[in-house]
Every structure is written in structure tokens, then in C-alpha cells.
Design a protein around this ligand. Sequence first.
Ligand code: FAD
Length: 399
Amino acid sequence: MSNLAAPMPAAAVTMVADADTEAFIRTVSRFAQERLAPVAEAIDRSDDIGEELFAEMAGLGLFANAFRYDSDQPHGGAERLYFLLRVFEELARVSPTVAKAVMDQNLGQIGMLREYAPEALRDSYLQQIAAGDKYAAFAMSEPQTGSNIARFSTVATPVDGGFRINGHKDWITGAAHRLVHFVVAKPAADSRQIGLFLVDRTLLGPQGGTVEIDDRKQKLGLRGLGEYHVHYNDVFVPHERVVLDFDRGSLRRVMRHYNAKRLGQAAICIGLSKSALRTAFDYTSQRHPAGSPPHLTMRTTLAPLVSEVKAAESITTWAARELAAGDDTGAPSAMAKYVAGELAIRVTNAAAQMCGANGLSDKLPLARLMRDARMLTMAGGASEVLRGTVAHNLERLLA
Ligand SMILES: Cc1cc2nc3c(=O)[nH]c(=O)nc-3n(C[C@H](O)[C@H](O)[C@H](O)COP(=O)(O)OP(=O)(O)OC[C@H]3O[C@@H](n4cnc5c(N)ncnc54)[C@H](O)[C@@H]3O)c2cc1C
């Protein structure tokens, strides 16, 4: 597999021709069909993507990818966001978990690293992530709350040469195998300011404090990466690894990239929805004669769902354009994730129903896709919270 495409240099800030982009997408699609499809069920069952697959994906240039990145544009520009969303969609048709693994190493914390970190820090970590030497986790949610930042209590205290971090995070994806943690912390538990700190677990040293990782979640879907509880005990972060210092604007800056991740989740929902619809169509077409009642029911059930998936694609493309134009409200990406996420639950449920008992078994991938879809209306912002963001912006949206 490793000869499918040459890896892109991590810190390259280049625009590439359309033909290159299309070739890359074809490579991703082939990788998904030939390499991922045979192991997608096993990843779900074992709850482990495995190091070998990660290494192959690094070889393909799937991490910290710099295709079409324009450093003068927010998020690298709309074309870059469209490109990434297509990559996630291709992977999600086969394995939403693997799509999420790739998304996590391209958007969110990686966007924050690209845009806010000092140059030396940025280039060094982009290179290590692209090479697959280290992966990045984003540690924001806390045990007492995932959605309400005002209730976060992880604190970073200024000390000689940097900061000491103390606190707990929860549901942190990949915390155990990701060596680099981007940790959101406050100057004091009651402060409204936040900062963003890069904790490299390989560089802590004897006086650097400890990172303890436990309580791996046993969960319904998106199995394979592992979500954990993390304790940061007096963890030292030198000034040169501070990505964002305490500032009232830091929360807005973190959320700008969190919103890009929401678009990535929307693309994953669209990919898995298309896969479920295609599976139901193929299965039912082969099982029931054309013109028979179940065959006709399949067509009339699929028609509105296919239409809605097309609409979800359009809203996601629109939201990517808004984000790349500098949107700071979060409403477009909230709308895209909300629409695509809720739709994915309905689509996978309907597709499984159409396929009878086999739809609810391991004979078809529908039960797995249904479980994965269910997780995506929670991870990265629950649907109710997304609706709250839209509600907050109604005047502008209805203008
Ligand atoms: C698969 C997965 C991976 C994750 N990975 C990470 C990660 O890598 N890093 C990380 O930091 N976090 C991660 N999370 C945590 C995730 O961000 C939170 O689960 C999410 O923000 C919801 O928070 P919560 O689970 O604490 O629910 P709560 O915030 O307790 O919400 C519970 C319910 O209350 C509702 N609710 C909450 N606030 C409001 C409101 N203001 N208005 C209306 N309703 C509201 C919610 O919609 C929900 O229905 C992950 C979660 C999952 C499921």
C-alpha cells in the first residue's frame, strides 16, 4: 500500500494543481476499498485500529496533510477544506472510525498548531505528526462537564520558565497512544480566560510532573481509537510549548478550529450515510424482484433520504466556504454538523430496516454504521448545543 502516493512534506505551504488533488482522492478511495474494507469490522470488534494501519496512513500522507494549504487564508482556504472533507468522506464510507482518526490529525488541534504556535514549534510538530512519529490529542472536556467551558477547572499556574498544569480531562480520544496532548487550561478555576498548552509526554523528564491515563470507555460506536480519563499532575510546559497564552480571545481562537472539526464530523456523517444508502439499495435490488412491493418500498424510502443527504452535502460545502471566509459565529459549522449528524442516524436506521434481519447483523455493515452515527451527535458538540449556537445567531441567519 505504501507506494500508492508519496507523502506530502508537513510544513509545506503550497497550492497544488487540481489533477494532483483528484489523484490523491482516488488514492484515498482505493486505500479505503482495498485496505480498509477487509478490516473495518475487525477494527470495530477489537476496538483497535492498530499501529500498522497508522503507519501505512502516515506513508500515504494522510496526517498533517498540506495539500492546497494557503497560509494567507483562514483554515488554509475553502479549496483546502473541501479537499479534506472529501478525504474524510471517502474513508467514512468504509470506516468512520478511521476517518475520525485522520480528521483528528488534520483539523482542530492541528489547525491550532498551524495557526497559533510559534514557528519552530509548529514546524517541528507538523513534521513529526505527518511522519507518524507522534499523534496529537485534544484535551478539553472535563469529567463534570463536556459542553460548558465555564465549569472547566484544569489550571495552568505560571512558574519559572513556563507553567504547571493540574487537572482532569475526560473522554479524550486516543489519549493513550497519542504522545502530544493539546490541553485547554485556565489561570484559575473561576477565570473566564483559557490558554492552550502543548504537553509532549516524551519530554516530561523527572521534574516534569506526570500524565496518568485510565478509564478507557466501553462505548457503542466509533470504536478503535479509545477515549480516556486523563490526570495532569503538576505537568511542566515551558514557554516555548505554549500555543495560546491566557487571553479573553483564546477561547474564540480555539473554537474557530473546533468548528472546522465539526465540518469534518459532518463529512464523516455524509460518507457513512451514502455508504448505508448504497448498501440498502444493492442488497434490496438483489433480494427482491424489480417491481415487487419491497423493491418499490425501497425506492420510495430511499428517494427522500438521498435528497436529504444531497442537502446535507450542500450545507456542509456552504459552511466550509463561510469558515474559510473568516466566520467566527460557529453557526454554519454547527448547522452542518447538526443536519448531517441527525440525518445519519435516520439514514442508517432506515437502511437497516430495509435489509431485514441481515441489516441488523454482521452480514452487512449497517449495524456498525448505525452505532457510529449515534456517537457523532455527541462527540465534538451535542446536537442540543449546536442548536443553541444556531439559536444565538437567528437574527443574522434570517436577515
Ligand atoms: C466518541 C467521543 C470522542 C470524544 N473525544 C473528545 C476529545 O478528544 N477531547 C475532548 O475534549 N472531548 C471529547 N469528547 C467529549 C465530547 O466533546 C463531549 O462528550 C460533548 O461535548 C458533550 O459533553 P458531555 O458528554 O459532558 O455531555 P453534557 O455536556 O453533560 O451534556 C449532556 C446533555 O445535556 C445537553 N446540554 C448540555 N449543555 C447544553 C446547553 N447549553 N443547552 C442545551 N442542552 C445542553 C447535551 O446536549 C446533552 O444532551 C468525546 C466524546 C465522544 C462521544
